[in-house]
Design a protein around this ligand. Structure first.
Ligand SMILES: *Cc1c(COP(=O)(O)O)cnc(C)c1O
Length: 351
C-alpha cells in the first residue's frame, strides 16, 4: 500500500469538490464588495431560502464549532442551559466554545446509549430542577446525523420538538453532515427542519465538499436579531465573504450538496454490506449515513492498523470509518477485503 492511498479517518480528509471549486474560481474574477455585501452572498442566501422553501435568515461562519457556539449563544442568556446528548460534538469536541461564546451557559449532558437524544431524557433534565440555584434549561441541541452515524427519523424529530415546545425550549440542530441525513431519509430539507419544529440549523459545508464554511439558518427570524454583530465579535465575519458564500451557490444550484452526500452514504453501505456476519466483528451502530463503526478485538484493530489503515477509536468505543464525496469505491473494497481477511484469520497478503 502506498502512503498516499486514500484513508477514511474523517470526511474532513477530502478535498474541495469540483462544483465548489468552480464557484470559487468564478467569484475570483475581479473585485467585489467586502463583508457580505456582494452578489455571491446574496445569491447563496437566496439559494438556501429556495432549498428550504422558507424565508429564513442566513449567516456564514468559518467552521462548525463557531456556527454551533454562536447559534446556541443566540438562543439563550448566560444563566440558561443547553441540553445535549453525551456524544454531542458541542460537548465532546468543541473545547468549551459553546460555554465560552454564550458567556457561561451550561451544557446539561444526557446519557445516551447510541448518541441520540430522546424526549424522556430531555424531560428528565428539563424538569429535574426549577430552583434559582440551577441554570434554567432553555435550549435543546441535537446532531443530525448523530456523531455515531445515526439519523433521527422525521417522527423522532417531531416528538423531540413537541417536547421542547411543551417545556419552553428552543431546538437547535447541529447539521455538520446535514446533507447526509437528507440523503439518507430522502426527505426535503424543510421537512427535516422547520416543518419538524427546528428553530436553528447549522448546515455543514466543509464535510459536504467545500474548503471551509458552515451556514447558520434561523427559521424564526426574531431569534436572529443582532446575530451579525455576534459573528463579527467572535471573529467570524469574513471580510472577503464571497469566498465563503460562492461555494454554497455552486453546491446548492448544481445539487452537488445532495449528490456528494448520497455518494458518501453509498460508500458506507458498500463497506457495511461486505463485512456483514464476520466472526468477532460487530457493526456498533447501524450505518444510516456516511459512517461505519466497527467493534472488534484489540488484535484485529492492531492488524488493521499494521496494514496501513488509519482510523479513530475514541468515538463510540469503536473503529470509525467516514466516507466523503470523493471516497473511492475501490478503496472501500480494499478496506473490506482487509477486514475480511483479518477477521477470517487468513494469512496476510504480501505487500
Ligand atoms: C465536524 C463537526 C462539527 C464542526 O467541526 P469544526 O471542526 O469546528 O468545523 C460540528 N459538529 C459535528 C457533529 C461534527 O462532526
Amino acid at each position: 500500500m502506498t502512503s498516499n492511498s486514500q484513508q477514511f479517518v474523517s470526511d474532513n480528509y477530502s478535498g474541495i469538490c469540483p462544483e465548489a471549486w468552480a464557484a470559487m474560481a468564478e467569484a475570483n474574477q475581479g473585485d467585489a464588495p467586502a463583508y457580505g455585501d456582494d452578489i455571491w452572498t446574496a445569491k447563496a442566501s437566496d439559494a438556501f431560502r429556495a432549498l428550504f422553501e422558507t424565508n429564513c435568515e442566513v449567516f456564514f461562519a468559518f467552521n462548525g464549532t463557531a456556527a454551533n457556539s454562536l447559534a446556541l449563544a443566540a438562543l439563550c442568556q448566560s444563566y440558561h442551559s443547553v441540553i445535549c446528548s453525551d456524544a454531542a460534538h458541542v460537548e465532546t469536541d468543541e473545547c468549551g466554545a459553546p460555554e465560552f461564546f454564550s458567556n457561561g451557559s451550561k451544557l446539561l449532558v444526557a446519557p445516551s446509549a447510541d448518541g441520540k437524544l430522546i424526549p424522556d431524557a430531555i424531560r428528565a433534565i428539563a424538569t429535574n430542577r426549577n430552583d434559582i440555584h440551577f441554570p434554567k434549561p432553555r435550549v435543546v441541541t441535537i446532531t443530525q446525523p448523530t456523531e455515531t452515524g445515526l439519523v433521527y427519523s422525521l417522527g423522532e424529530l417531531r416528538s423531540i420538538s413537541a417536547t421542547c415546545r411543551e417545556l419552553g425550549l428552543s431546538l437547535h440542530m447541529d447539521g455538520a453532515r446535514f446533507a447526509n441525513a437528507c440523503a439518507s431519509l430522502g426527505c426535503s430539507p424543510a421537512d427535516m427542519t422547520w416543518r419538524a419544529g427546528v428553530d436553528v440549523l447549522c448546515f455543514g459545508g466543509t464535510k459536504n465538499g467545500m474548503a471551509a464554511g458552515e451556514a447558520i439558518l434561523f427559521f424564526n427570524p426574531g431569534l436572529a436579531e443582532d446575530f451579525d454583530y455576534r459573528c463579527k465579535q467572535a471573529g467570524q465575519l469574513a471580510s472577503k465573504m464571497r469566498f465563503l458564500s460562492a461555494p454554497w451557490v455552486g453546491m446548492l444550484e448544481t445539487g452537488a450538496w445532495l449528490r456528494n452526500a448520497e455518494h458518501g452514504n453509498a460508500c458506507a453501505q458498500r463497506l457495511a454490506q461486505q463485512i456483514r456476519g464476520l466472526p468477532e466483528l460487530e457493526v456498533a451502530f447501524p450505518a444510516q449515513a456516511n459512517a461505519v463503526f466497527l467493534r472488534m478485538p484489540e488484535a484485529m484493530v492492531a492488524a488493521l492498523r499494521s496494514r496501513g489503515w488509519r482510523f479513530y477509536t475514541f468515538i463510540g468505543g469503536a473503529a470509525r470509518f467516514m466516507f466523503a464525496w470523493d471516497a473511492q469505491p475501490q478503496r472501500v473494497d480494499e478496506l473490506a477485503s482487509d477486514i475480511r481477511q483479518i477477521a477470517s484469520n487468513e494469512s496476510p497478503l504480501d505487500h
